[in-house]
Design a protein. Structure first.
Length: 117
């Protein structure tokens, strides 16, 4: 992954604040972004900036067509989490910052193992 511009960082953090999900599968943390297929260009832009992340879809469910972008495990810890830790704070969005903090606590051991490598 190359260096993100300030603009890139702002777009990523902003879209994850508004539309992202911070969680995990019980074993490893993940950040998920699910949006309508009309936002395909944004998903391709994310993949260009985070090439180790994954894009799934398009899916159709309940009359809605969407893509799902995921950064999980090592990719999340090494590529996406440092950006979120630098820029996502309660003063910007308390709810999203809280969800990020919960994810970091729940997966603290996993995150520490990856960072110790």
């Amino acid at each position: 992954m190359g260096e993100l511009t300030d603009f890139d960082a702002g777009v990523v953090v902003g879209i994850l604040i508004g539309e992202g999900s911070f969680g995990g599968d019980g074993k490893q943390p993940q950040v998920t972004l699910r949006m309508h297929v009309r936002h395909e260009a944004l998903f391709r832009w994310l993949i260009d900036r985070f090439p180790r992340s994954r894009l799934y879809g398009p899916y159709g469910h309940g009359g809605r067509s969407y893509y799902q972008w995921m950064a999980r495990g090592v990719v999340l810890v090494e590529d996406v989490l440092p950006l979120l830790e630098r820029h996502l704070h309660p003063a910007i969005d308390d709810y999203a910052a809280g969800r990020l903090a919960q994810m970091r606590v729940r997966y603290a051991d996993y995150i520490a193992r990856i960072r110790a490598r």
